[in-house]
Design a protein around this ligand. Structure first.
Ligand SMILES: [Zn+2]
Ligand SMILES: [Zn+2]
Length: 118
C-alpha cells in the first residue's frame, strides 16, 4: 500500500513518472521509499529512508537528502502527502509544489498523486 507519484517541473519540463513511494505490505516495516536528491550529480531518485545511508543510484555517493529537507524547498505547512513511519514514530511529509528541480534547479517541481500500489 503506497502511493504512485509523477513528478513534473513546470519550468523546464523535467518529468519522472510513476515513482512508487512509501511502504508496501511486504517489507512494510523496513521499507519506506521517498524522493531523494543527490547533490553530487543532481539526480532525483527513490530512496529507502529507513536505511542509514542513502546512496545515489547514478553516482554511488551518499551526498543526498530527501525532499523532506528544507534544501529542497520543503515547508511544513504545504504538505500534500504524509505517511506514518513506525520506525521513527512520525509522519513523513512531502510538498505538492515548490520542490527543487534536479534539472533546472528552480523550485518549480510538482509531485502529483497518480494512484496507489500494493
Ligand atoms: Zn548522484
Ligand atoms: Zn526544472
Amino acid at each position: 500500500m503506497g502511493t504512485l507519484i509523477t513528478t513534473v517541473c513546470e519550468s523546464c519540463g523535467y518529468r519522472k513518472d510513476n515513482m512508487a513511494l512509501f511502504g508496501g505490505m511486504i517489507g512494510f516495516l523496513d521499507t519506506c521509499m521517498i524522493p531523494y536528491y543527490c547533490e553530487s550529480c543532481n539526480t532525483l531518485f527513490e530512496g529507502n529512508m529507513l536505511e542509514d545511508d542513502i546512496f545515489c543510484p547514478e553516482c554511488g555517493k551518499d551526498n543526498t537528502f530527501s525532499y523532506e529537507d528544507a534544501r529542497t524547498g520543503f515547508k511544513e505547512d504545504k504538505t500534500l502527502f504524509s505517511w506514518f513511519v513506525h520506525k521513527f514514530e512520525r509522519e513523513v511529509k512531502l510538498n505538492e509544489e515548490g520542490n527543487l528541480c534536479p534539472k533546472c534547479a528552480n523550485f518549480t517541481l510538482k509531485f502529483e498523486d497518480v494512484g496507489n500500489w500494493d
